[in-house]
Design a protein around this ligand. Structure first.
Ligand code: F6R
Length: 229
């Protein structure tokens, strides 16, 4: 990621990053902050688009992805506020469709995503593309799977506080990124990682669509890789 940012900046080009939240990318964000502080990596030429946001949360809610990204990355690097994009968690129902279309349009206007970072949910979701999401899906409102809501419950202080819906980039949006990197850590991801990599490509495991991408890599620790053949 750092090499891409540096090499594009040296040619006068911006770098468009697609970013993920959750526990998985935290060590990577720590390293980007370190590279910024200690090795002069600048994010002045970087434009970011996050994958998703919970519906019903204000930006400053402690569990909003807006807050998460600022707390864990944006507040510690020199990315410009106007280059940061996340879907809105507070858009009115009747405006969701146009909001999602504008998000897609902003990605296109930025030149498309150069590098998309992904985690994987236990449902096989990338972004919040829960089972049943088409490989052609675009940014839209999604109903969160019960497993996804259960996994989020501890940080919300109980299942009843976890939003039921989110806005997510679609699988089609994600698959248009020129480079995709999925990270997964720990044994609790092992079975879904196996399905995504060695299972059939289908809409029951959105991450399986990555098998068809020509520049996608999975980076796994031994726990997450434990069930691979
Ligand atoms: C986050 C996202 C999700 C997470 C996935 C894994 O923006 O889109 O797909 O990457 O739910 O979450 P963690 O990393 O918390 O296991």
């Amino acid at each position: 990621m750092a090499e891409l940012i540096r090499s594009r900046a040296s040619q006068g080009l911006t770098t468009v990053l697609g970013l993920a939240t959750g526990s998985t990318p935290l060590p990577l964000y720590q390293e980007l902050i370190r590279l910024h502080r200690e090795e002069a990596l600048s994010f002045e030429t970087v434009v970011t688009f996050n994958l998703d946001e919970y519906l019903g949360l204000e930006r400053d809610h402690p569990e909003s992805y807006w807050t998460f990204m600022h707390r864990n990355l944006f507040d510690h690097i020199d990315v410009s506020a106007e280059n940061i994009h996340l879907p809105s968690g507070t858009v009115a129902d009747e405006d969701i469709e146009s909001h999602c279309e504008s998000y897609e349009e902003a990605i296109r206007e930025a030149g498309g995503i150069d590098f998309q970072l992904l985690g994987i949910g236990r449902t096989g979701h990338i972004g919040f593309n829960e089972p049943g999401s088409s490989q052609f899906s675009r940014t839209r409102r999604i109903h969160l799977d019960p497993i996804t809501r259960q996994d989020a419950a501890p940080s919300f202080g109980g299942l009843e506080n976890v939003p039921t819906h989110a806005i997510t980039m679609g699988c089609g949006t994600i698959l248009e990124a020129r480079r995709i990197v999925l990270l997964a850590w720990g044994e609790k991801k092992a079975s879904i990682v196996k399905e995504a990599i060695e299972g059939p490509i289908n809409d029951q495991v959105s991450a399986s669509f990555l098998q068809d991408h020509d520049n996608a890599s999975f980076y796994l620790d031994p726990g997450a890789a434990a069930e691979l053949k």
